[in-house]
Each structure stands twice: as C-alpha cells, then as structure tokens.
Design a protein around this ligand. Structure first.
Ligand code: P6P
Length: 338
C-alpha cells in the first residue's frame, strides 16, 4: 500500500494561540482597551485550568456530588464547585473584572478593588449531571460593560444585546473554546502538549438551514399545541424540504449548541407547563448562546421574540431558548406563534 506524504493541517503550527489571536486585535471591539483584551485572556486561563481538571476527573477524586444544592435547587457536583472557584480566583486578579454572576452562587461576587469596567456572567460547568458518565460538558460565559457605579446586582440585569463578548468551552472528544465579540465567531482547540488553545475554527458561520433537530421530546406532553405541531412538522416527510430531520439530543447545552452551530439545524428548550419561563437561565446560558448564534449568522428566539431583547428580572431569570439556522428557527416561530 502506498504511503501518503500528506500531513493534516495543524493550526497549532500557525502559532495562532488564543492569547495571540486576541492580542492581535482580531476581536475588534470599538473602544476596546487593554483591560478587555486582558479579561478575555484571563477567561482563557480559567478555561485551561478547568479543562485540565475535567480531563482527569475520574482520577482526581472530583467526580460525584458535594451533598450541597445550589440556588437552582440542583445537587452540586464537585467539579461544579471547582470550576466556580477557578473563575472567581482567576477573574479576581488584574482588576479588569468588577463582578461575577454565576449559576453556582445566589448573589453576584463583587470585586471592589477592580477598576476595569467589566462584569462576567458564567455557568462554570454546564451539564454537570453528565460528568460521571463522561458525556461532553461545558462552560458558558458572557461579558458586560459595567456602565454605572456602584456595582450592584442590578448592574448585571442587562439584555444580551448589550454583551461585549460571549463564549463557551466544550469539554468533549477535544476541548474547544468558542468566543465572539459580535464581529465573527472563532474556535480554539486545546493542545494539552503545548498547554495552549490554538485557532482551529476561524469565522464560524451557522448554516442557513440544517437537517438536525435537538429537543427533549420527553417534555412533549407539557408543550403548547404550536410546539407540538412544530415537532410533528420536523418529523414529517417532505423530501424537497429535507424532512424528516434527524434527532440529536445530548442533554448538555454546550454539546447540543456546538453541534447546531457547526452543522446547522435547531436546538429548542421551549417554555412548557412545568417551566413557563423555560428551563435555561438567561444571563449565563441562553443569553451568551444567543449572542454567539446571531454573530455566526444564525438566530436565537424565545419562540415568539429575540432572546437578546429579553431583560432579566433577577440574576437567575430563565428564558425559552430556540437557537440554530435562521430558516429552521423561523419555521419554529411560525408554529410557536400559532
Ligand atoms: P433536560 C443541563 O442540566 C442543562 O442545564 C443544559 O445543559 C441542558 O441543555 C438542559 O439542562 C437539559 O435539560 O430537562 O432535557 O434534562
């Protein structure tokens, strides 16, 4: 058998690390200062530290439950706490982050010493119920400008359209950090050997239409008639429209969102009779994902309106989340609005 001399392209050879990419100003933000660039790099450091712990989870006695429950009433996994503590420890430094709103904390953590002018919202480890069975999990974050003083909880209660940046890290078959400042969405793959994230997905665009749908059909009895009609629509035969779609559902938002961002189609966690505001939290799950999908040319809807226009009433406000290809989200809205 002939040996091919072809070697796969390796973004790491290009030297385009996350830090280099940010420092080169590829994330052009009007009026960006060194503080913003430094904050993005700090988030990259937190992601590296968490990636390192997640990769060794089974070996470092960080699997399992702490026995506590968080503000959401959910049992807390050890890695949830480790990831939350990592973000606080890292973002407390350098003075660019003035406060953090985290899924794991009832109230925001404020850094009175900081002057950098930014706030961070974060789900430190999303999908933690999947940790023990080695299914992909992730971190989701958003960055807001702190435009008023003093910093209080109200400083965080902004609609997602006011994010300066947003991103996620998926700890899957590889670890990929995806982020945007609204101008282009870029992905960086973790190279454990080099201890760096290297540019691997430059300028991600969500396909205009896909053939995958992602929803927990176990909730169907609680959906509105419009959502049920949409669910039947995507499963019905129409060869010209590429239907029936195939169903994919991991149960980890970052995994389902990452697949939808790259391959197109739709992910939906709609409101239902059990969760009339939806299950996912606006500030650190739905909002950052909506910001990313719109920046990648996709859409992000509540089912009847734009997620990025929803103003959170509390740090832990929930919101229905329908993200994906523009055409597929528009179809969902057509049924959802009835
Ligand atoms: P369900 C994980 O607990 C999570 O918050 C998201 O990551 C995920 O999309 C959703 O909940 C899954 O919820 O009700 O389908 O198990």
């Amino acid at each position: 058998m002939t040996q091919t001399s072809w070697t796969p392209p390796d973004s790491s050879a290009a030297g385009a690390t996350l830090e280099t990419f940010i420092l080169e100003g590829m994330f052009k933000v009007p009026g960006a200062t060194g503080a913003f660039t430094s904050l993005l790099n700090q988030i990259g450091l937190a992601a590296k530290l968490i990636a390192n712990r997640v990769r060794r989870a089974g070996l470092a006695d960080v699997l399992g439950w702490t026995g506590d429950t968080n503000v959401q009433g959910e049992s807390v996994q050890k890695l949830d706490v480790i990831s939350n503590d990592t973000f606080i420890a890292v973002l407390r430094r350098r003075g660019h982050c003035m406060g953090i709103a985290s899924e794991e904390l009832d109230d925001a953590v404020l850094f009175p010493h900081a002057t950098g002018g930014y706030l961070v919202t974060v789900d430190p480890l999303d999908g933690s119920s999947n940790i023990d069975v080695d299914i992909s999990i992730g971190t989701i974050f958003g960055i807001l400008r702190a435009d008023s003083r003093p910093i209080t909880t109200a400083s965080f209660l902004k609609p997602g359209r006011e994010f300066s940046a947003a991103g996620y890290v998926i700890y899957g078959s590889s670890t990929v950090l995806v982020m945007t400042t609204g101008e282009g969405v870029h992905g960086f793959t973790w190279d454990p050997g080099a201890g760096e994230f290297f540019l691997s997905h430059e300028n991600i665009r969500c396909p205009q239409k896909g053939n995958l749908y992602s929803v927990n059909e176990g909730n169907a009895s609680r959906w509105t008639p419009g959502v049920r009609a949409w669910n039947e629509h995507v499963k019905s035969v129409d060869v010209a429209d590429g239907r029936p779609y195939s169903q994919r559902y991991v149960g980890s938002l970052v995994a389902d969102a990452h697949r939808t961002l790259l391959k197109g189609g739709i992910f939906a966690y709609p409101a239902d009779t059990k969760s009339p505001e939806g299950k996912l939290r606006l500030l650190y799950e739905a909002g950052p994902m909506a910001f990313i999908f719109e920046a990648a040319g996709g859409s992000a809807s509540t089912g009847t309106g734009r997620v990025l226009d929803v103003v959170p009433q509390t740090l832990h406000s929930r919101c229905p989340l329908i993200i994906g290809s523009r055409s597929d989200v528009a179809t969902f809205e057509r049924f959802s609005r009835g």
